[in-house]
Design a protein around this ligand. Structure first.
Ligand code: TRP
Length: 334
């Protein structure tokens, strides 16, 4: 029997290279090894986008197309929409008894997100909603309703997984050993730096290259990328380790090219403009097959709908079985 793996993505925007190298590249290997559930977490996305339902809806389809474009195979991965599985919402209510409000307030991921969303939740988080504070509980339901054993996530998600395990332990100690404690699968590159040198590439930071970016957009972004500030003239030697252009060469180029770029840069034999142009070309080549596959799904919206429909059906089946066991254990199986 294959182990069950589950992960989720909030549909709030298109996938960028940070998602690709930080997480999605790993899914490609995992799809052959596991029973894979991939949740498009629209309900979770609404916790901080409840005023923008149209944005969330649009991005459910955008993100699904991005995921198919990178080469995930719908015959191996069950793509499903969170809101199509009401069992998750039901289980969230049951779990909400097993977690204290102060424990949620101490969750480092939730804390830092509240800090980033001052407009929505107030300067000191005083306007935090019940829904946003509680999303870790809903995420625990996401994972356990599918009996998820492995969860591939970035390191920013570890506190959520820890909270999930606590809920599982509490549930099992009260109602009997029904649930599995999920384990994280960390990717080798968990965080991809932004073009501006920021530690993280992110939509809100405006420093991301999207999988859907065309040549013109890539050009503009790469031309503005941060390089060694000490390098003024074309033949000044520079330090590639602090240059974002070199950093991205490492992600999209072959080992040989990377070592050539590195030596030439250190010796002052490579101008930044030329180096950026080569990176633009390499990135464009890297994104070509992804964008070609994506075009097929853009032209066949009905295929995307069908993939989500079929995946949601399979997910629903699995969730129904698990809910039956949970309700029996909780003595609410009337
Ligand atoms: N919270 C995750 C994120 O923001 C998305 C997510 C939703 C998730 N449900 C999940 C991740 C279940 C792992 C498992 O990226």
């Amino acid at each position: 029997m294959k182990k069950t793996i589950l992960t989720g993505l909030r549909p709030t925007g298109n996938l960028h290279l940070g998602h690709y190298f930080g997480a999605c590249q790993n899914y490609l290997k995992m799809q052959d090894q596991y029973e894979f559930y991939l949740e498009i977490a629209d309900v979770q996305a609404l916790t901080d986008n409840f005023q923008h339902p149209e944005k969330v809806r649009l991005n459910v389809f955008e993100i699904t197309k991005d995921l198919l474009a990178i080469g995930l195979d719908p015959a191996k991965v069950n793509f499903f929409i969170q809101s199509k599985i009401p069992e998750i919402a039901e289980l969230t209510i049951f779990y909400s008894n097993l977690v204290t409000v102060s424990r949620l307030e101490r969750n480092p991921t939730v804390k830092s997100e509240i800090g980033q969303k001052k407009e929505l939740f107030g300067a000191n988080g005083e306007s935090i909603t019940y829904g946003f504070l509680g999303y870790p509980v809903s995420q625990a339901a996401d994972i356990t309703v599918f009996d998820g054993e492995l969860v591939p996530v970035g390191d920013d998600q570890l506190p959520l997984l820890e909270q999930c395990r606590e809920i599982v332990r509490k549930f099992n100690s009260i109602y009997g050993k029904i649930l599995k404690e999920p384990q994280q699968v960390l990717s080798s590159t968990t965080r991809v730096k932004g073009l501006d040198g920021n530690e993280k590439m992110g939509k809100s930071l405006g420093n991301a290259i999207y999988l859907v970016d065309d040549l013109d957009t890539i050009q503009k972004k790469v031309m503005n990328a941060v390089t060694d500030p000490k390098k003024i003239k074309k033949d000044d030697p520079a330090d590639p380790s602090i240059c974002m252009v070199f950093y991205y060469h490492q992600l999209v180029n072959s080992k040989d090219t990377v070592s050539k770029v590195c030596t030439e840069c250190k010796k002052g034999k490579r101008g930044c403009v030329q180096c950026k142009k080569e990176l633009i070309e390499a990135m464009y080549q890297f994104l070509q097959p992804i964008q070609q596959r994506r075009r097929y799904y853009e032209e066949h919206e009905e295929v995307v709908l069908d993939i989500l429909e079929q995946g949601s059906k399979k997910a629903k089946k699995k969730a129904t079985q698990q809910m039956k066991k949970i309700k029996q254990a909780m003595k609410i199986d009337y």
